[in-house]
Design a binder for this molecule. Structure first.
Ligand SMILES: Cc1cc2nc3c(=O)[nH]c(=O)nc-3n(C[C@H](O)[C@H](O)[C@H](O)COP(=O)(O)O)c2cc1C
Length: 227
């Protein structure tokens, strides 16, 4: 066989392989359907939180894409520091928070960047949840940092979600230097606004995507039942 034909053949089979993978990963499109419910968890307790503003942009876009939305504002929940010796039912509003997360088809986690990571209020909220709330759930990630590099908080949240066997949206949104990026409760830059809003649209679009097989982390993670 001529070298050219061999190369042609291998290119063709590569294209075919890509096509079949693309077909398998095709989302079940839910845009415009009213039965998709998206919740946003805001990891900042600050009254003038920029994260809450950015999460509002995400949820508004999700609503415009046809979902019902709810902001879970952690200031409104009594959440003691997580203690594995205390039943969730006896831990303030933890049960109520977990119920609302469980009822969502897609969850958007919004966090301020704290010391290169996501915030402790968000970690506490996630610790009160588990596989029942996150497994096979579509999750979007948003981070806001005082400085220019919010990405490590997103990376770390992605690992947490993978351990809980959630399906994390590939597109993630980061808002650096919010003092200049946000004015009067809105994102100033159109490009950034579009990146943040796209997260909300993706949360609706992929809310019912076929779950992936368990990840290595989730297979090894016995969760809170392993205490
Ligand atoms: C305890 C703490 C740690 C922080 N660590 C970082 C950091 O590592 N990198 C950074 O860029 N900003 C850091 N910041 C700044 C916050 O990310 C920034 O103020 C952000 O806007 C807070 O979000 P919020 O407005 O939603 O509360 C930190 C702020 C606090 C209070």
């Amino acid at each position: 066989m001529a070298v050219e034909s061999a190369i042609e053949l291998s290119v063709e089979s590569a294209i075919e392989a890509v096509r079949s993978v693309t077909y398998l990963r095709e989302p079940i499109v839910t845009t415009g359907m009213s039965d998709v419910h998206v919740v946003g968890l805001c990891g900042s307790l600050r009254n003038e939180s920029y994260t809450r503003v950015a999460l509002g942009v995400v949820l508004e876009a999700a609503e415009e894409a046809g979902a019902t939305v709810e902001l879970l504002d952690l200031r409104e929940y009594e959440l003691p520091l997580f203690d594995a010796d205390v039943d969730r039912a006896d831990a303030g509003d933890a049960d109520e928070l977990a119920r609302r997360v469980r009822e969502a088809d897609a969850i958007v986690l919004g966090t301020p960047m704290y010391h290169g990571s996501f915030s402790s209020p968000l970690k506490t909220a996630i610790d009160y949840c588990g596989f029942d709330e996150f497994e096979d759930k579509t999750v979007g990630l948003l981070a806001v940092s005082g400085g220019a590099f919010p990405v490590s908080a997103l990376d770390q949240l992605r690992s947490v979600c993978r351990a809980l066997n959630a399906w994390v949206i590939p597109h993630e949104a980061a808002v650096p230097t919010p003092r200049s990026a946000i004015e009067d409760g809105a994102l100033v830059d159109e490009k950034l606004e579009n990146r943040v809003a796209t997260l909300g649209r993706r949360a609706v679009q992929y809310a019912t995507i076929e779950p992936d097989p368990e990840s290595f982390e989730s297979e090894q993670n016995v969760g809170a039942s392993g205490k």
